[in-house]
Write a protein that binds this ligand. Structure first.
Ligand code: FPP
Length: 225
């Protein structure tokens, strides 16, 4: 049987470069990036072999960006979640955030909580947005939660993570070949695919062709076939 890409994770890179190449502001690139989020999520929801899609929307390091860009991204996230609430419900898509949400504004946290609760029963796809997320931060928070309870095990630490789900297929758009602190633990045995396509231009056709290649890979998980 071929591999099934049950959990797909994407580092959505290249919004800024895409916009600048058109003589537009970086924020316009993020705006268009949000449209790609909608299209890729809808595609994954329509494919029953895909259960979970985790998207790197804002990292613990992204606060280093200019204030104007950070503020725009916060507003865009809030606007996206509000305007897409119906799309989540129509597509039977469960929304789950991962990351340390405590730093966000009350209004953004309220919208996150509202969409999470409203879609808790949905079961065609989990769309997980990584928000103020960093793999190292996630592991440290999980270890702190557990350290007073005794010895850590792979299982106990895994279960204490924001995302206790191994990634099957990890894609990075935008041409770079690095993980940038995304799902460091969960990607231990992920198949990694890198594409030069900038995120606003990443299409469902390209995702489909990556999935096709993924299905032909022999995954051994350190063993022998
Ligand atoms: C990386 O592109 C992208 C981000 C840091 C933010 C990701 C945000 C979106 C895809 C849009 C909003 C998301 C949602 C869920 C509504 P970059 O800015 O680093 O691009 P560059 O490498 O070309 O500068």
């Amino acid at each position: 049987m071929s591999n099934q890409p049950r959990h797909i994770a994407i580092i959505m890179d290249g919004n800024g470069r895409w916009a600048e190449a058109q003589g537009k502001s970086r924020t316009y690139g993020h705006e268009r990036g949000a449209e790609s989020v909608r299209a890729i999520t809808t595609y994954c929801a329509a494919h029953s072999d895909i259960n979970r899609l985790t998207l790197y929307a804002f990292s613990t390091e992204n606060w280093k960006r200019p204030k104007i860009e950070v503020e725009f991204l916060m507003k865009l996230l809030e606007r996206y979640l509000k305007s897409e609430r119906a799309t989540y419900l129509e597509g039977n898509i469960r929304f789950e955030p991962i990351g340390d949400l405590s730093i966000f504004s009350k209004s953004l946290r309220n919208v996150i909580e509202d969409v999470q609760k409203a879609t808790a029963h949905c079961n065609s796809l989990v769309q997980c947005l990584a928000l103020n997320y960093g793999g190292r931060d996630e592991i440290v928070r999980a270890a702190n939660t557990l350290c007073e309870k005794g010895t850590l095990t792979v299982e106990s630490l895994n279960n204490a993570l924001d995302c206790p789900h191994d990634v099957d297929l990890l894609i990075r758009t935008g041409g770079d070949h690095r993980l940038s602190n995304f799902l460091l633990w969960q990607a231990a045995y992920a198949e990694l695919f890198f594409t030069k396509t900038l995120w606003p231009e990443f299409s469902t056709d390209e995702l489909e062709s990556i999935i096709k290649k993924f299905k032909t890979v022999e995954r051994r998980f350190g063993g022998l076939n």
